[in-house]
Design a binder for this molecule. Structure first.
Ligand code: URA
Length: 283
């Protein structure tokens, strides 16, 4: 992430330079002072900075927290910063490449303890130009084996939810707060979530979905920077990073308590309304 102007073929434009400096300051605030001295390709930087008419809205501040279960009270914790948003909209044609760049930046990650139990890193799946993006907590055993989010039992339920909305899985984008499987599917530790979630924010900034759906309390807490019980967050539209966020139950929770599916469907209908979607006619 270290950028030396004199080594670049072309000098950075002030906007790109400021975006990079903001990112470096963010890492410094986290206590990270060692950066990869990798050559920065000005063409890629230009891609990320292209078409910047309106600056992105300021990111919410993210609390440092113990991830709550869906229905437990949450004690207050100290705030934790989110990375600065990429200031420019990435043109639709460049979004796949921009996501690849983020994946490359993650690399063969050893930034947190979760890498020790990892089989495959689970980056994300779906359309880089999706209007709807789902965010889960972290990969389970099936996802860790395949490197694709939501492919196990909870994934099958999520697929059904997507179909019920009148969409195909390939039309949406799916990612998680952490990209490596927590041992025994435990909730990610705060340090793990804080280390990995900046990459999720980058994915959101590139895709810029019209609607984000937080699946469960962990996703909601990281996305909103608000540590509230899920019940208080559901049933309305939140503004996050220039997109509309809907909070609903995690499919794994719905598998444990199917009575809540009706409530989840009500949440998805809010998302559908924002997207101008009508449920498909039943055959
Ligand atoms: N649960 C999650 O939160 N994410 C997945 O990818 C799979 C299960």
């Amino acid at each position: 992430m270290f950028v030396e102007q004199k080594k670049l073929a072309q000098p950075l434009d002030p906007q790109t330079r400021e975006a990079l400096l903001a990112r470096v300051r963010f890492y410094r605030d986290l206590g990270m002072t060692e950066f990869y001295r990798r050559p920065v390709d000005p063409a890629l930087l230009a891609t990320l900075a292209a078409a910047a008419e309106a600056p992105a809205p300021p990111p919410p501040s993210l609390p440092h927290f113990e991830s709550p279960q869906e229905d437990q009270p949450i004690p207050p914790r100290k705030p934790f910063p989110t990375p600065p948003a990429i200031g420019a909209a990435v043109p639709a044609a460049n979004r796949a490449a921009a996501l690849e760049l983020i994946r490359e930046e993650i690399g063969d990650c050893t930034r947190c303890a979760l890498h020790t139990g990892r089989n495959k890193l689970v980056f994300g799946d779906g359309s880089p130009t999706a209007r709807l993006m789902f965010v889960g907590e972290g990969p389970g055993a099936d996802e860790d084996a395949q490197g694709i989010p939501f492919v196990g039992k909870a994934g099958q339920l999520l697929n059904n939810m997507i179909t019920a909305m009148g969409l195909k899985r390939e039309e949406v984008y799916i990612a998680n707060v952490v990209k490596c499987r927590p041992p025994a599917n435990r909730t990610p530790e705060p340090e793990e979530g804080a280390t990995c979630s900046p990459f999720l924010f980058q994915q959101i900034d590139v895709i810029r979905p019209q609607v984000l759906v937080a699946l469960g309390a962990t996703a909601a807490t990281y996305l909103l920077g608000t540590r509230q019980p899920l019940a208080g967050l559901r049933g309305r539209v939140h503004a996050v990073r220039g997109t509309q966020l809907i909070v609903t139950y995690h499919p794994a929770y719905l598998l444990r308590d199917p009575r809540q599916k009706k409530e989840a469907w009500a949440d998805l209908q809010i998302a559908m309304k924002e997207l101008g979607l009508k449920p498909p006619a039943r055959s």
